[in-house]
Design a protein around this ligand. Sequence first.
Ligand code: PA5
Length: 529
Amino acid sequence: MTPPKAALWSRFQRHLLECPSIGLSLDISRVNFPDDFHARMERPMQKALIAMAELEKGGIANPDERRMVGHYWLRNPALAPTRTLADEIGRTLADIKSFTTEVHAGRIAGAHGPFETVLVIGIGGSALGPQFVSRALGQPKSDRLRPLFFDNTDPDGMDRVLAELDGKLGRTLAVVISKSGGTPETRNGMLEAKAAFERAGLDFARHAVAITGTGSAMHKVAVAGGWLKTFPMWDWVGGRTSELSAVGLLPAALQGLDIDGLLDGARMADDVTRTQVTRDNPAAQLALMWYFVGEGRGAKDMVVLPYKDRLELFSKYLQQLVMESLGKELDLDGRIVNQGLAVYGNKGSTDQHAYVQQLREGVANFFAVFIEVLKDRDGSSIEVEPGATSGDFLNGFLLGTRSALYENGRQSITLTVNEVSAFSVGMLIALFERAVGLYATLVNINAYHQPGVEAGKKAAAAVLSIQQKLVSHLHANADRTFNADDLAAGIGDPDAAETVFKIATHLAANGRGVKSAGGRGTGTLFQAA
Ligand code: PA5
């Protein structure tokens, strides 16, 4: 039963948290927590806030990897635990700005003239933040450099991007981003880009910079190759919280975006969300709502619905930040907990014509996070109906969907910001970073490692090793045909028949030294080609 409107209005007034210094308000009135919920959660939340304070002081917050977690220092270097770290952060920011100035002035230029495009090559935390910020703040007409991305090892995906760069590579700057410097997708993207530059008769090194850990494989390649410049990534910044390091700031600055605004928004959000007063702390409130709705075990998915096209990639960005941080098998005491909080979403009102039907009437396995942006557009709007603009419709759809969901027992949180600006984007990033950190302590997990991602990388490496063996085996026995079982046995890995079948099928489909020589389906015979 939905409470009467007057009761809801009173609940809204009681629970609306306004943070004017960062232009944010947070409405948790459409979450059905009982009156004593906050009192019950105060002790665990205080523990989480204390853990966060320790982390910010430089404590080892990532116990598995024995690492500090310092993304908060990026926007306030004075908080860094040592002078050396603070200096490094400041120096890197100054380097980003001076490099960008040189690029914009055309003093650092490509073989065919001043750079016009920046091709960002990275994946996961080394791509999602830059992509989100680029889309949120970019103005295609006035961007200083046009941003394009390689964020996968899909050859066709890269070809599509390269097609847009046809004839323009001589004015394209490649920014290769990899904290570890060993991520295969990014290495492949770099090699594909390099090959494209070479096909165009251009020297890749004159068009490339790297953002990577000092001494990493990528760093060595960049230094040995004489690339234009390298910028550091530090082990105390996690990939998914690296948007305000060189990873996000360099591409944004090159595009011409206001990186000081991003840093200011994040720093001020940190100031607001650092408070130990739970009721005044929007990050703590978010974490508590996640905890309540999902019963502390991610029982409900979070559907992120920004009603603003510019924020469309925010849900994708949050998907990584939240799910890679919170999706963990073990808790900090080593118990199997299989924690997580599933995140999806695109934008409203577009999604109302896609999956919102199910949200309203189907499986009630989610809660929504609406993001409302008060400012409709630069300039004035026409009326599309008497007294109503397109922006009024957008607002109406948001409020209508929020009510319609709540009437049907679907809970939601609403974040309201004044506008999409560098400041508000930086603020939103910092707000969710801290909410994730606080929630992780509430459910007793390490938010700062990603053993599942590492496991995937190892498994892929194993597949590629099988591929090499099977190709060698086929070519050493070029006159013979093999089914998958024989081939797996032939390479000394009889349990790998299914993997062998899949690899050989893929190689044959691409004419890559293997062909099918009769048989069908899983009984296909393979032969060297
Ligand atoms: O958040 C993370 O740690 C990951 O998603 C990484 O960003 C991703 O795997 C890319 O790693 P790297 O920057 O080392 O290439």
